[in-house]
Design a protein around this ligand. Structure first.
Ligand code: MEV
Length: 325
């Protein structure tokens, strides 16, 4: 039996970091996906391979060492934690070995939700393999638990989008409202080879907040206002306002300490090339910027491409899909 699952990544348009403190955020699922295939093995080994990255890991499921094993590295942590969580749900399932092959279309650690896409795809494939009968909302919730356990802190936004697709507004009471976006959203990603480490960036912001609570809390509140106004602008198709709000959001993220000279250069270059707005997307500290550039896509792509890697993305209405052969 061969099971495959594919889940989209995402970009956060507004509200990253503040969302970890209960503030709203807007994000869209994108047409860059994580694809995962699982095959049963005859022994009790869990083996993983990430295509194109020469990353391999192996573990004996009957005797998992507590420290120093190959699944404790990078994105594979999410794969193992997903496996553990499904095991907790299905205590009676015998331990069988599996081959897991991952093909990740988006750059890892670039703020495009690779870890959530991998987690949702892993949980969805294992759900089918172990016949756990989990519904979509349970997958989304468990994926969020995986991110929380691996990262220490997270919002449910990435895992929600990887599960359901589309564009969402995550409100302060953690309800995901689907936003009908009826027009093209010409978004460009510029990304640096330096990975942003989400865990570390969340820690940096927390430290800054603990040191300067009276200065940092109002920044979260401003991000909340920007995000609420951006929701209206997105629904109305007010491109200029969307761009301006992105620029404001970026200034606030910079004040939280998550920008870098390379990210800043890309952000200003995109605006000079005609983007209506540009900002960090995701955790920052490396990773990616996003530029909103209706009518100026080629110009912005070309200018950003002179500095770093740049590519266009599209909104994906499709969430996670699974297939059994
Ligand atoms: C990471 O893509 C965005 C953060 O807000 C963390 C999260 O929401 O889980 C920094």
């Amino acid at each position: 039996m061969l099971i495959t699952a594919s889940a989209p990544g995402k970009v956060i348009l507004f509200g990253e970091h503040a969302v970890v403190y209960g503030k709203p955020a807007i994000a869209v699922a994108v047409n860059k996906k994580a694809h995962l295939t699982i095959k049963e093995r005859q022994d009790s080994k869990l083996k993983a391979h990430i295509k194109g990255l020469d990353i391999n890991a192996s573990l004996d499921l009957e005797n998992i060492p507590t420290i120093n094993h190959e699944f404790q590295r990078g994105i594979l942590k999410y794969v193992l934690k997903s496996w553990e969580i499904i095991q907790e749900k299905q205590k009676t399932v015998p331990v069988k070995g599996l081959d897991i092959i991952l093909n990740i279309e988006m750059p890892i650690g670039a703020g495009l939700g690779s870890s959530a896409a991998v987690t949702v795809a892993t949980l969805s494939a294992l759900n089918k393999y172990y016949k756990a009968d989990l519904e979509r909302d349970e997958i989304a919730n468990l994926a969020y638990q995986v991110e929380l356990k691996v990262q220490g802190a997270a919002s449910p936004i990435d895992t929600t989008l990887s599960t359901y697709g589309g564009a969402i507004y995550l409100s302060t009471n953690r309800k995901a409202e689907k936003l009908p976006v009826k027009y093209e959203l010409p978004l460009i990603i510029g990304h640096t080879p330096r990975e942003g480490n989400t865990e570390e960036l969340i820690r940096i912001v927390r430290k800054r907040m603990e040191k300067y609570p009276n200065s940092i809390k109002p920044i979260f509140e401003s991000i909340e206002q920007v995000t609420m106004e951006a929701r209206e602008a997105l629904l109305e198709g007010d491109h200029e306002k969307l761009g301006e709000l992105m620029n404001i959001n970026h200034g606030l993220l910079d004040a939280l300490g998550v920008s870098t000279p390379t990210l800043s250069r890309m952000i200003y270059q995109a605006r000079e090339a005609g983007a209506l707005g540009s900002k960090i997307t995701g955790a920052g500290g490396g990773g990616s910027i996003i530029a909103y550039s209706p009518g100026k896509t080629d110009e912005v792509l070309q200018e950003l491409g002179k500095l770093e890697k740049a590519f266009q993305i599209k909104l994906s209405e499709e969430g996670v899909t699974t297939n059994i052969q």
